[in-house]
Design a protein around this ligand. Structure first.
Ligand SMILES: [Fe+2]
Ligand SMILES: [Fe+2]
Length: 404
């Protein structure tokens, strides 16, 4: 059984199922492990982690009955938060079809990745940001996001280990612009948000590679060094010409938290600028939902649930709601089971309801065979989503199915 307990109630032999903190604050890199040494226990306190999920089937149970939350209870709370957001009408935006935009988006991404690699390597050597080149990349991305955000947002999830850093920047930039569109910002501000998304982690290119890409557990010193990327990036951007105040603020404050526990300035609530509050959500979502070599990703819908769990104290409520409306309750790439018994992958959001996206049905759960793929707009169909499914337990390559 999964139980959420206080870190002070941990004892040796408990099986840690999950550390209750935002992925960005998790010093362990792997979430599940048997607690067998005091050093690991100390790490929880060093990093001010307050709660963990333990699995009582795999390790020692807790005897403290006062502060336990059961998984079902937690899930109910998360579901009711998401249900409240799902009740809201998505913003209607005219857009081109996904199939049409996917062709353009693929081309844009291949151009941009090449340029982003060169730009990132340039920063590593101390070259200032080439603002014209960056503006060119962001303009291309913005065009695609405004035509149909699901194309780029779906494609950037397919990050591989080799191009992760660059595609993370493209992903955050795209999410920032899609969120900016949802919040009804003007074109110029949307572009600035895209630029800011590209630049927010630039300080990491100024840190030793072996720390930024370390696959094992980070020491407290390494963790603290990694946190300096916000300040270092801000100082670097200050020296570059033409960087907007939005990009500077986002770079410095994208790891601040609403409850004042973030870094570098421990700003709380409204003291954190709106754009930095937007960036913290986009940055975390992109990081946890990506395919990475050293930290296996969560599915899009699971990433959203995780963020709903962390939301209190971390993210701005209203902006988080707008973010969910941007990517959907069932974001593109989510595997779902339909009432008709078919499995389908979500490919696009619709304007009618956050619960009725366009899906591609491809597998029959009754006959256990693949069926001819069919695109179904659930906002115009009698079929409905009855459950989310875990693609790992089915073994499907969803991205291939979704965008083939
Ligand atoms: Fe960052
Ligand atoms: Fe990041």
């Amino acid at each position: 059984m999964l139980k959420k307990i206080q870190v002070r109630d941990l004892v040796m032999g408990m099986y840690i199922h999950e550390v209750c903190c935002s992925w960005m604050d998790n010093p362990f890199w792997h979430n599940s492990f048997l607690l067998t040494n005091k050093k690991d226990l100390g790490t929880f306190f060093d990093h001010r982690i307050k709660e963990v999920w333990i699995d009582t089937r795999k390790g020692v149970d807790t005897c403290n009955k006062t502060k336990i939350v059961l998984l079902e209870e937690e899930n109910r709370q998360i579901d009711s938060t998401l249900a409240k957001i799902a009740d809201q009408q998505p913003t209607f935006v005219q857009k081109v079809s996904l199939s049409e935009e996917l062709v353009k988006a693929q081309q844009i991404l291949s151009n941009i990745t090449k340029d982003a690699v060169i730009a990132f390597e340039g920063t590593r050597k101390g070259h200032p940001v080439n603002i014209e080149q960056l503006a060119g990349m962001v303009d291309q991305l913005k065009g695609s996001i405004l035509r149909n955000p699901d194309a780029i947002l779906g494609l950037v999830r397919q990050k591989s280990a080799t191009n992760y850093d660059y595609i993370h920047l493209v992903g955050v930039s795209s999410l920032m612009m899609a969120l900016g569109r949802q919040l009804d910002y003007d074109n110029e501000t949307i572009k600035e948000l895209g630029m800011a998304g590209f630049l927010l982690d630039i300080g990491k290119s100024l840190l030793p590679n072996q720390i930024v890409h370390k696959t094992g557990k980070l020491t407290l010193e390494e963790f603290n060094l990694l946190k300096t990327h916000t300040q270092k990036g801000w100082e670097f951007l200050k020296l570059s010409k033409g960087i907007s105040d939005i990009a500077l603020d986002v770079c410095l404050h994208h790891h601040e938290c609403i409850d004042g526990t973030g870094y570098p300035d421990q700003l709380a609530g409204d003291k954190i600028g709106t754009y930095a509050r937007m960036a913290s959500i986009c940055d975390v979502y992109d990081a946890i939902s990506s395919n990475r070599c050293y930290n296996s990703s969560w599915e899009p819908a699971e990433s959203l649930r995780k963020m709903t769990e962390w939301k209190k104290g971390k993210f701005d409520d209203d902006i988080f709601g707008a973010f969910v409306k941007t990517i959907g309750i069932y974001p593109s790439g989510t595997l779902v089971k339909l009432k008709s018994g078919r499995l389908a992958v979500v490919v696009e959001q619709t304007e009618t309801s956050l619960l009725k996206p366009i899906v591609k049905a491809f597998f029959s759960t009754s006959t256990k065979v693949h069926v001819f793929p069919e695109l179904i707009d659930l906002s115009r169909s009698s079929d409905t989503i009855i459950a989310k499914e875990d693609p790992k337990s089915w073994g499907f390559d969803l991205m291939k199915i979704a965008y083939a």
